[in-house]
Design a protein around this ligand. Structure first.
Ligand code: G6P
Length: 612
């Protein structure tokens, strides 16, 4: 969840590192630091706080070197403090390291190193790494040009857990070593320089040529080369991958926040997601997903496994898979799935949704599913991300980089893509349904309808101004609208810190209604005419008890009185969350703005959760 950036080239490293950190802050932002190779050795500058705080530390002005590593932290071991910030070094500052991930056996390693004369100055798991490298370096009697690399490999062999590491050393002042295991890291190759980052967008303005690392591939970088080695120090041949994301897609483009920009980008991102997978003539095909009729007919279950917003995307499409493909479909939270011994075998298809493709629990759930013989399909937004390299099949959402911590356009693209996948499966299975042509038409019309839904922004903003001081907000929905309100509620709590909960409207009477009192805000979505009368009854019950109501609907609700009624375009209920969530993304956004909060970087959260 931390952000890592590195540079080795002929320019001054500091501004490049700071610029990279600013772009990576969404991965974690409770402390930041840099280390560069200077004439007098390795210089480290680090501080508690955001990258802006690091920039104002006086010592940072003295960094002149053209090789450096940098880090923005999301604390796991040890509270945010100057000492716990990265980079960490050994006592003599011969090695400096930044780390993303968790070293699970750091206590044993500390004990071992302690017995060998090493001292620790932080509470972090990371600090064992430079010390362990130093230990192996000092205990190696061969003095050749691979000595530092050997020490790094030996140290990594002792580490349990996950890590992406950047290492600089006074023993190898013209190079840098990087390695990853279960934590993201990419190398951007440019002319006479190499950039390192935990995320592609942070260095996209420098290069579009990337080396995507596999677990435990060790890279020795110099200004104009990258040598790759396996654990036995055997050289590996590595190809450059060209990433065709537009660098400006990772900029704010005049919007106040990335989140607002990403909300308004949805007509475009959805158009990209549809791409040529569904043509105007209704031809549906998905690249790199050649599954036979025999295979799909043999399935007795589809699992959709994910975390957070991506899991909500799974809930939104579950009914579609069951209705169109006639295969029982279950949606699981990855962190639960991986430990509940799920009934998976070769008759299960397990689909993993992950914007970043780096979520630790989702990756672990994927490995488990593979080990039990199931085929696995990854739905991801990030080309070459870890999950895409583990899965049997990958289909990309092509939503473009999503920077704000709270996911918006990735969610709608996941639901759009999964809806097309459901249609694709149904057609392979030869299932005839009137729903299919209707859905195809509705999917193709989505970009224009999202445009219309975005026009609700002003009235949503007005309502947000009225309710932004609330302590609790309740969300109610039935059927598909229940899936949508779960996502809407998550958005609100993530960025406004208002306590909010989503309930199946029918459950209201089984407890929650006890919490409804005068003035409380209740938000509801109604897009399925067969369920609307039932949900209206539930809303009447809360209105009677004094609640204020915000209703998002595409139905004609006659003379029903709600405090705020937001109309969105009509579409098939099966894909309605793609439209109904839009005003509620805006609702969360405007409430957060009214409260003066940092919309893009909400407290305690990180965009990509690469630890358990
Ligand atoms: C974090 C993010 C969420 C995201 C979830 C899953 O909690 O803050 O926005 O939905 O992780 O991430 P993934 O990258 O796997 O979709």
């Amino acid at each position: 969840m931390c952000g890592i950036v590195g540079y080795i080239g002929n320019k001054k490293a500091k501004p490049i590192l700071i610029n990279g950190l600013l772009r990576l802050e969404y991965r974690g932002y409770d402390s930041a630091g840099v280390a560069t190779v200077e004439k007098n050795g390795i210089n480290v500058v680090k501080t508690k706080g955001r990258v802006a705080a690091l920039e104002s530390v006086e010592a940072i002005d003295s960094l002149e070197g053209s090789i450096g590593i940098a880090h923005t932290r999301w604390a796991t071991h040890g509270k945010p403090s100057d000492e716990n910030s990265h980079p960490h070094t050994d006592k003599n500052k011969n090695f400096a390291v930044v780390h993303n991930g968790v070293i699970e056996n750091y206590n044993e390693l500390r004990e071992f190193l302690g017995k060998n004369g090493y001292t620790f100055y932080s509470q972090t798991d990371t600090e064992v790494v430079p010390n362990l490298i130093d230990y192996y370096y000092n205990n190696d009697s061969i003095n050749d040009d691979k000595k530092v690399l050997r020490a790094v490999v030996s140290a990594c062999n002792d580490l349990h857990g996950s890590f992406a590491l950047e290492i600089i050393s006074t023993y190898l002042p013209e190079k840098m070593i990087v390695v990853r295991k279960d934590s993201p890291l990419v190398i951007g190759k440019a002319n006479g320089e190499n950039y390192i980052s935990s995320d592609i967008p942070a260095i996209l303005s420098y290069t579009k040529d990337f080396y995507l690392l596999e677990d435990l591939e060790y890279v020795v970088l110099s200004r104009d080369s990258a040598e790759f080695y396996d654990e036995n120090l055997k050289p590996i041949n590595k190809q450059v991958v060209n990433i065709d994301w537009n660098a400006s897609a990772a900029e704010k483009d005049g919007y106040d926040d990335f989140m607002l920009k990403e909300i308004f980008e949805q007509p475009k991102s959805i158009r990209e997601t549809i791409g040529s997978r569904l043509t105007q003539d209704g031809i549906c095909s998905i690249e790199n997903l050649e599954l036979s009729k025999e295979y799909l007919s043999s399935l007795n279950k589809i699992y959709i496994v994910a975390c957070g917003t991506a899991m909500h995307a799974g809930l939104a499409v579950k009914p579609l898979f069951e209705k169109l493909c006639h295969i029982q479909t279950e949606v699981d939270i990855a962190s639960e799935f991986r430990y509940r011994d799920p009934l998976i075998d070769e008759k299960s298809l397990v689909i993993f949704i992950s914007q970043s493709g780096e979520t630790a629990d989702t990756i672990a759930a994927l490995k488990l599913s593979k080990s039990k013989g199931a085929k696995t399909l990854a739905i991801s937004n990030v080309i070459g991300s870890s999950i895409t390299r583990e899965a049997d099949y990958t289909v990309y959402t092509h939503a473009g980089p999503e920077i704000a911590v709270a996911s918006t356009k990735a969610y709608t693209s996941q639901v759009v893509l999964m809806s097309i996948v459901a249609i694709y499966f149904a057609e392979i299975l030869g299932i005839k349904s009137d729903l299919i042509p209707e859905l195809k038409k509705d999917i193709l019309a989505l970009p224009a309808k999202v445009e219309t839904a975005l026009k609700t922004a002003d009235s949503i903003k007005t309502f947000a101004k009225k309710v932004y001081t609330e302590k609790d907000v309740f969300f109610l929905g039935r059927g598909i609208d229940y899936a949508a309100v779960m996502e809407a509620s998550l958005k609100l709590k993530e960025i406004s810190y208002i306590h909010s909960e989503a309930y199946a409207a029918g459950e209201l009477k089984h407890g929650t209604i006890a919490l409804i009192e005068k003035g409380i805000t209740v938000v509801s979505i109604m897009t399925d005419s067969s369920l609307t009368p039932k949900t209206i009854s539930n809303l009447q019950e809360v209105i009677t008890r004094g609640a204020k109501t915000l209703v998002v609907t595409n139905q004609d609700l006659g003379d029903k009185v709600f405090d705020n009624l937001i109309k969105i375009p009509e579409t098939s209920p099966l894909i309605s969350p793609i439209l109904s969530v839009i005003p509620l993304q805006l609702f969360a956004y405007y409430i957060s703005k009214e409260k003066g909060l940092d919309v893009d970087k909400p407290r305690n959260l990180a965009k990509s959760v690469t630890v358990e």
